[in-house]
Design a protein. Structure first.
Length: 247
């Protein structure tokens, strides 16, 4: 995977993937009754693994304001979200991310160091591709429907977390990320606006020096979080770079 920009081969594959997904979602008969909880046997209930990772949260802006009262509105909402999240999750997986959960209006993923790149660069690269896919691939599809366009915000921070499986065996259970890094990454969303990519200082310090110089700007030091050893406020940065458009 290339983490320094969008490659034409990958982008063309995305175009084909989104079009195939759009056609398949267009054939849906509507939501079915009941639910299926995905199974994941990698961890036993109560077992955890401590990892140094970048944690990413994606949140759809103004989600509660999207029309979803009537059956027709709910059906359209289902199709839109299926299109959006199917592609966002696939992008996260393409960049080596592990998607922990989908909250209905957002998702959480974490990225370990691999392919000679650290987790923060992989997460930021993933976020940039998500932004590009939404703007150039998903938005034109939604513009041809009554559905409002989707805008979202992303937060990323890096640190040690424990990935654990919680819940009841053979009933509802799921993997969760435990630790201040995951907590802060989630709370960072409250500082972000639609279209923002915000990153904590730990994530920022892992990025290539040229990315830090050219594409990060101090957002705020008043985050309510501080370093335990020094008491210094933990700052938040906005990542302003975007991939060059291929279409």
């Amino acid at each position: 995977m290339n983490y320094d920009g969008l490659q034409t081969t990958y982008w063309n594959g995305q175009i084909a993937r989104v079009e195939k997904l759009r056609a398949r979602i267009g054939e849906f008969d509507g939501p079915s009754i009941g639910r299926v909880v995905p199974l994941d046997d990698d961890l036993a209930i109560g077992e955890g693994r401590r990892l140094s990772v970048a944690v990413m949260f994606l949140d759809i802006s103004s989600f509660s304001q999207r029309p979803s009262e009537t059956e027709a509105e709910q059906d359209l909402q289902l199709r839109v979200l299926s299109l959006f999240f199917s592609e966002m999750i696939k992008i996260a997986e393409d960049y080596g991310g592990t998607v922990e959960k989908n909250t209905g209006d957002g998702l959480m993923a974490y990225f370990e160091s691999a392919d000679g790149e650290n987790g923060s660069k992989r997460a930021v690269s993933c976020a940039l591709t998500m932004m590009a896919a939404n703007e150039c691939l998903i938005r034109p599809i939604l513009q041809a429907t009554p559905a409002p366009e989707i805008s979202f915000r992303i937060s990323i921070d890096h640190g040690w977390v424990t990935i654990a499986r919680l819940g009841a065996a053979r009933r509802f259970n799921a993997n969760v990320a435990i630790g201040s890094t995951a907590n802060f990454a989630a709370k960072m969303l409250s500082f972000a606006k639609a279209g923002d990519i915000v990153i904590g200082e730990s994530a920022k310090n892992q990025l290539p020096s040229q990315w830090q110089i050219s594409f990060t700007e101090l957002f705020t030091r008043e985050t309510g979080w501080s370093y335990r050893a020094t008491g210094r406020s933990y700052p938040l940065y906005r990542y302003t770079g975007r991939w060059a458009k291929l279409i």
